[in-house]
Design a protein around this ligand. Structure first.
Ligand SMILES: [Zn+2]
Length: 370
């Protein structure tokens, strides 16, 4: 039997590093270029409603918004879900960070504190990649879930708040961009900035300021069957996110603080310690084993393919073929094992490209608190 040794080594390394990968999760490729963006187009799908029957099972909890906000403290390249962002409970790690920030006026030191103590926030959404020629082949027609960073989320909320298309000369996307019958495509653009991904130039496609059905018949009208399939293929985001565990976060906190022997006199003494503090969290590796428990991807053999239904946006048209009957049902889609070469995911260590945004958001939040 011919084994792919490189693939096996890669997988081994990933599992040794504790980097679980969920085949249902979309991670943009790492940008290699500061001027030519890697582009993706997708629709953000509507929120899950209680009782809705997904392919992966029934939804047991309403999503109040089109996204679920959550956050991870990244320690040692491992995510630790933050209870403060999840449910407004007190998080000892955040509290420690906030307390230090209140004492610290120096901008650089504040950033260092934020980097170490504050979590990275994400908005989890379901997204659908239509058959657009620049979408990687293994994504076309698929529904994935995505931990969207703040930059994108800001675009989305700004669009949601717009009442109309604005200047008729340059109409814009506006309103409920995730309405399956009148939606706007989002173009994600990934550029290299320093060593990181930047998503700043991403935007909605205006489509003349008129929303379009996510799945269309050849005449451009809503393909109801296709849309129904699409909605059923959404992932149960509640199952995808690990809920914070207060006991675990307390443990993490004590390990993080314990490592800090000569800093007992409080936040004021922090400055001289920054380099050391970088290494502190290493200890957590042995002590707080965050189980990499993704409640198993609800994965049977078939791929989540919305097949033959979406001709995609106007500027391309790989013939989607007639969209009728069960051919559009993913359950009957051919087995297709494309996941193994999905684009190289960005390092799991948070959306570092978004760090500066994240930081300013946190800083402004802190200001509000004061
Ligand atoms: Zn926290």
């Amino acid at each position: 039997m011919a084994y792919d040794v490189e693939a096996i080594r890669k997988k081994l390394k990933q599992s040794q590093a504790g980097k679980y990968t969920d085949p249902d999760e979309f991670k943009p490729a790492k940008a290699k270029d500061g001027t030519t963006a890697i582009r993706y187009r997708f629709f953000i799908l509507p929120p899950l409603q209680l009782g809705f029957k997904l392919k992966s099972g029934e939804v047991l909890k309403d999503m109040e918004q089109f996204y679920i906000q959550h956050a991870n403290h990244w320690v040692n390249d491992r995510p630790h879900p933050c209870p403060r962002v999840w449910s407004s409970e007190e998080c000892p790690v955040c509290k420690f960070g906030f307390d230090m920030l209140k004492e610290e006026k120096d901008e650089d030191k504040r950033r260092a504190i934020i980097k170490q103590w504050m979590p990275t926030t994400y908005q989890a959404v379901n997204i659908y990649f239509p058959h657009w020629k620049h979408n990687p082949e293994d994504l076309r027609g698929k529904v994935k879930w995505y931990n969207a960073p703040k930059t994108l989320f800001d675009h989305w909320t700004a669009t949601l708040m717009k009442d109309d298309a604005g200047d008729p000369e340059e109409p814009e996307a506006h309103g409920v961009f995730f309405d399956e019958s009148a939606a706007y495509l989002y173009q994600l653009e990934v550029l290299k900035q320093g060593k990181q991904n930047s998503y700043r130039t991403s935007h909605f496609l205006a489509n003349g300021g008129i929303g379009q059905p996510m799945v269309k018949d050849e005449d451009g009208s809503l393909n109801e069957k296709g849309v129904a399939t699409l909605l059923r293929l959404r992932h149960n985001l509640w199952d995808k996110l690990e809920e914070p565990d207060m006991a675990k976060i307390k443990k993490l906190y004590s390990v993080m603080v314990e490592g800090d022997d000569d800093d007992d006199d409080g936040g004021g003494g922090f400055d001289s310690d920054e380099t050391k503090s970088e290494t502190k969290p290493t200890k957590t590796k042995t002590k707080t084993k965050t189980k990499t428990e993704y409640k198993k991807p609800p994965k049977d053999d078939d791929e989540d393919v919305v097949d033959h239904i979406d001709p995609g946006p106007a500027d391309d048209a790989p013939d989607p073929g007639p969209s009728d009957e069960s051919s559009s049902l993913a359950d009957e889609a051919p087995i297709d094992d494309t996941d193994s070469d999905s684009p190289e995911p960005v390092a799991a260590t948070a959306d570092s490209g978004e760090e500066s945004n994240e930081i300013s958001a946190l800083l402004s939040q802190l200001e509000d608190d004061d």
